[in-house]
Design a protein. Structure first.
Length: 531
């Protein structure tokens, strides 16, 4: 019997019976061999695995459900999480188990969380061998001796070939992601997009950890070389630079997407990275680019030459959301422990396509909670069909789709952590300057890096600041290596009055969005909300 599975905790012990062959905790070469043999994809340059995911090339947030039981009734943010009736889930579970009979499955027993004190033991059961490879990269891999004792706290069953019945299963379409916190079970069907696996674990941790006083965060993180206590976290939605700015070669990467903040410090939830590859270049991001020809990397939904297997990083004919998945040890400056001390700096990234926000601003703890709950960025023309002008996007806590609890729960946790550990808070705009999208220009990456370096090394604290008349936060007047004009957005516009009108418009957007939180926040945050 394999030592890579607890003999007392096989699928049969979980009531999953009548399957074909079950492969427990295969390593990367074996998973790739099975995936190729089964026609799931093909081997690419350097030993990568090339795959397409069919109709679903991204997450299906409208098909995600939480089972509404008495135990969770009062703790779930139902306005943001679609409910599923317990009896509908039971039918879904029974029908999925019937679908699984006679089929082969791949099991990966993994950890969600680098801190042994707070990690979650997760079993992922997949119909596709390459899904096993993917989640083995993205979660944390136990040693063989740990697998011999492994007992899952939660189980994910993923059957892309299963089609849900909305009428019978209480869902919206043939695709379903159903989380049952009482049963400690997640069912995924009707989609081959691998990201659903990792985000299901993130959603779980976002529900479980606040009860332990731990702040779960959709953020990247790094620390100073040789000093894990000098750490920083970077909140940000897609397109704001979260991965790029945290992957600073002069600092140690803790992780690029999901972390927890406990009394012990911060810890990565994951063991790998899931990076976008559209327009990826060896010049701009050499280490991420190098993973696209590294053995075992999963290359998802990319166009490639049929003869040479050379990847096309500009062809988005399948999707803009083309990605690669690889373990953290593929990045040379990645932390070996994925742990850091409590962050000295909390950075909130936004891409302001209206050209109003300064390139950096210092936030009070109340202002930090305001901008955290707001979760602002902007979609630009071309990012989606029909988007012809900048569209404001407010995704609370910089990750609303993965937040099962009310936003105020996470906001209060963040405020408490900032107060307890005395972190400096910054808002960084990586969007537009000198005008809105179409008129102005993108914030110079060199200036953004210079400002972040000054914030992280502490020198920015000694700068002279002015109070922003629109949002009330402090903005540096002068920073070495950065144009003084760039620090004052109004001065970058040709027409100051036009800037004032645009600023008033953006302030109103923030105010209208934040009205939903006014009844559940402290007075100092309420004051920050109204400037």
């Amino acid at each position: 019997m394999s030592t890579r599975v607890n003999p007392n905790c096989r699928l049969e012990d979980q009531g999953i019976e009548g399957l074909g062959r079950v492969y427990y905790n295969l390593l990367e070469p074996a998973l790739m061999n099975e995936a190729v043999t089964r026609g799931e994809g093909r081997i690419g340059q350097g030993g990568t695995f090339l795959v397409t995911t069919g109709a679903h090339t991204g997450r299906s947030p409208k098909d995600k459900f939480v089972v509404r039981t008495p135990a969770v009734e009062d703790t779930i943010w139902w306005e943001n999480n679609a409910p599923m009736a317990p009896d509908a889930f039971d039918r879904l579970h029974a029908d999925m188990l019937a679908h699984m009979k006679g089929r082969d499955y791949f099991v990966q027993d993994l950890f969600g969380g680098a801190d042994p004190e707070h990690r979650l033991d997760v079993r992922v059961v997949t119909e596709l061998a390459w899904h096993g490879l993917f989640i083995r990269h993205l979660l944390r891999r136990p040693a063989a001796e740990e697998l011999a004792e492994f007992t899952p706290e939660f189980t994910i069953i993923n059957c892309p070939d299963f089609t849900a019945d909305p009428e019978r299963h209480g869902c919206r379409s043939g695709t379903v992601i159903a989380l049952n916190l009482d049963a400690k079970l997640i069912l995924i069907g009707g989609t081959a997009y691998a990201g659903e696996n990792k985000k299901s674990v993130f959603t779980l941790l976002n529900y479980l950890l606040p009860d332990k006083g731990i702040m779960p965060m959709h953020c990247s993180a790094n620390h100073a070389p040789g000093n894990p206590d000098d750490s920083a976290i970077f909140f940000g939605l897609s397109g704001t630079g979260k991965t790029t700015l945290s992957a600073d070669p002069s600092r140690v990467l803790i992780g690029d997407d999901e972390h927890g903040w406990s009394d012990n410090g911060i810890f990565n939830f994951e063991g790998g990275c899931y990076a976008k590859t559209i327009n990826l270049s060896a010049q701009a991001e050499p280490e991420i680019f190098a993973t696209t020809s590294r053995f075992g990397t999963v290359i998802e939904n990319m166009i490639f030459d049929e003869d040479t297997l050379e990847l096309d990083f500009e062809d988005n004919s399948i999707t803009d959301n083309m990605r690669c998945a690889y373990p953290l040890d593929a990045i040379s400056n990645a932390s070996t422990t994925s742990l850091g001390g409590s962050p000295k700096n909390v950075i909130m990234l936004t891409c302001d396509a209206y050209g109003v926000l300064p390139p950096i601003a210092r936030l009070t703890p109340a202002q930090a909670m305001y901008h955290f709950l707001s979760g602002f960025t902007a979609k630009t023309p071309g990012t989606e069909v029909g988007v012809t002008e900048p569209i404001p996007t407010f995704s609370t806590c910089f990750g609303a789709p993965f937040m099962p609890r009310r936003p105020e729960v996470y906001g209060k946790l963040l405020a408490d952590k900032i107060a307890q550990d005395g972190a400096n808070c910054w808002l960084v705009n990586t969007g537009w300057t000198g005008g809105a999208f179409g008129t102005g220009s993108r914030m110079p990456i060199r200036a953004t890096r210079a400002l972040l370096s000054a914030a992280l090394d502490g020198s920015l604290n000694d700068a002279q600041f002015r109070r922003d008349p629109n949002f009330g936060f402090d903005v540096p007047v002068s920073v070495e290596g950065v144009s003084d004009v760039l620090l004052d957005p109004r001065r970058t516009w040709d027409d100051g009055a036009a800037y004032d009108r645009q600023a008033a418009r953006l302030v109103q957007m923030f105010s209208d969005n934040f009205a939903q939180y006014l009844d559940g926040i402290d007075e100092d945050v309420r004051a920050a909300a109204i400037g």
